[in-house]
Ligand binder design. Structure first.
Ligand SMILES: C[S@@+](CC[C@H](N)C(=O)[O-])C[C@H]1O[C@@H](n2cnc3c(N)ncnc32)[C@H](O)[C@@H]1O
Length: 343
């Protein structure tokens, strides 16, 4: 049995069942052993694939948009990224600004909000060209500028809840010493805002959106952009989803059992955009309607054609990347862009 599996079995034996969020936290983030602590490679050669892995274009297009937001703010500005993994998106953004908006690049600082020591090492090496421009923080202070994250909230530890006998129950992970299984106890908090009536046995996930809340509260002037897959709260229940939205992936394939092989499997929970919006609105931010990646990127593409002096040439390689990112049945469909700003 692998070291991480042994450690989790030991914790469960001692405590007699742990909430799923605790299992997910250890499976993904246990220093030196968790999935995201050991999987440096993103993309086809690695175990997981994101819009960032498609190529530099994604970062260039986002940076083109960020620049338009940043020019509205006078003086020093910050770009804050959470969940930067190996730092590749931050690098693509900084390269665009350095080459195409040098005056903004001069007054801009990149802040990576990063609790993981190993990620910081990966980021330092990928961003070596930008030393002096990048700062790492464990806590976010107030800032003027732009906060962004790509496929970050879905990877934050989530509670798994079950609707039973007209109440929410909290899923527990139990152990027989050899394998993990599910248990439950009354008392989960679904944090629902809407009046929704789940079917008996419905499974719901509640992610830890604490960092999103902190980002909303810390923004003094500027914008936030969250890109992820997920849905509105109502869609978690309608149509009914027997197994909820928790998923595990290994080697680009979906696995049936999210409890099998902790540390080897990427576990994700679809983002509840209704809750994300509620949090932003509660901290006084103004929402822009949720948009699919395809629509959002097509709009940016059109803007780059109107201002070619501010964007690199649309070579066949960029066009190929664009088609992948905006594909209406794949990345362009699943990923959604949630934007909000301090009025
Ligand atoms: C699916 S990966 C996405 C990586 C990258 N943003 C991309 O799009 O290629 C999720 C990332 O979020 C990071 N993450 C999760 N929780 C985090 C937290 N509390 N603070 C910072 N990063 C976190 C993970 O370590 C992982 O690198």
């Amino acid at each position: 049995m692998k070291e991480l599996e042994q450690r989790i079995h030991a914790e469960i034996t001692e405590k007699g069942g742990i909430p799923f969020s605790r299992f997910m936290e250890r499976a993904l983030y246990e220093p030196g052993l968790g999935y995201y602590e050991t999987q440096r490679e993103v993309g086809r050669s690695g175990d997981f694939y994101t819009s960032v892995s498609v190529g530099n274009l994604y970062g260039e297009l986002l940076a083109f948009q960020f620049a338009d937001w940043l020019v509205e703010i006078e003086g020093p500005v910050q770009l804050v990224e959470a969940g930067a993994h190996d730092g590749r998106l931050a690098k693509d953004v900084l390269m665009y600004l350095r080459n195409w908006r040098p005056e903004l690049f001069e007054r801009c600082e990149m802040v990576l909000w990063e609790p993981s020591g190993i990620h910081r090492q990966w980021q330092e090496s990928v961003l070596a060209d930008f030393s002096g421009k990048v700062k790492w923080v464990a806590e976010l202070g107030s800032f003027n500028g732009v906060f962004y994250c790509n496929e970050f909230l879905d990877a934050c530890p989530a509670e798994r809840l079950i609707w039973k006998d007209d109440a929410w129950w909290l899923s527990l992970v139990e152990s027989d010493g050899q394998s993990f299984g599910w248990g439950m106890r009354p008392g989960g908090n679904a944090k629902l805002g809407d009046q929704l009536t789940p079917e008996e046995g419905a499974i719901f996930t509640v992610g830890d959106y604490g960092m999103w809340q902190a980002a909303c509260n810390s923004l003094k002037r500027g914008q936030l952009l969250l890109v992820d897959y997920g849905m509105r709260e109502r869609e978690f229940f309608d149509p009914p989803r027997e197994n909820g939205t928790l998923r595990g992936y290994h080697g680009h394939r979906m696995v049936d059992d999210v409890l099998a092989d902790p540390g080897e499997v990427d576990i994700t929970a679809s983002v509840n955009f209704t809750r994300v919006e509620r949090i932003a609105e509660a901290s006084g931010l103004e929402m822009v309607p949720l948009t699919r990646q395809s629509q959002y990127l097509v709009r940016l593409f059109e803007q780059t054609l109107q201002r070619p002096q501010l964007f690199p040439e649309w070579t066949s390689e960029r066009t190929r990347q664009f088609q992948t990112l905006a594909h209406p049945e794949h990345l362009g469909h699943y990923f959604k862009f949630l934007e909000c700003r301090r009025p």
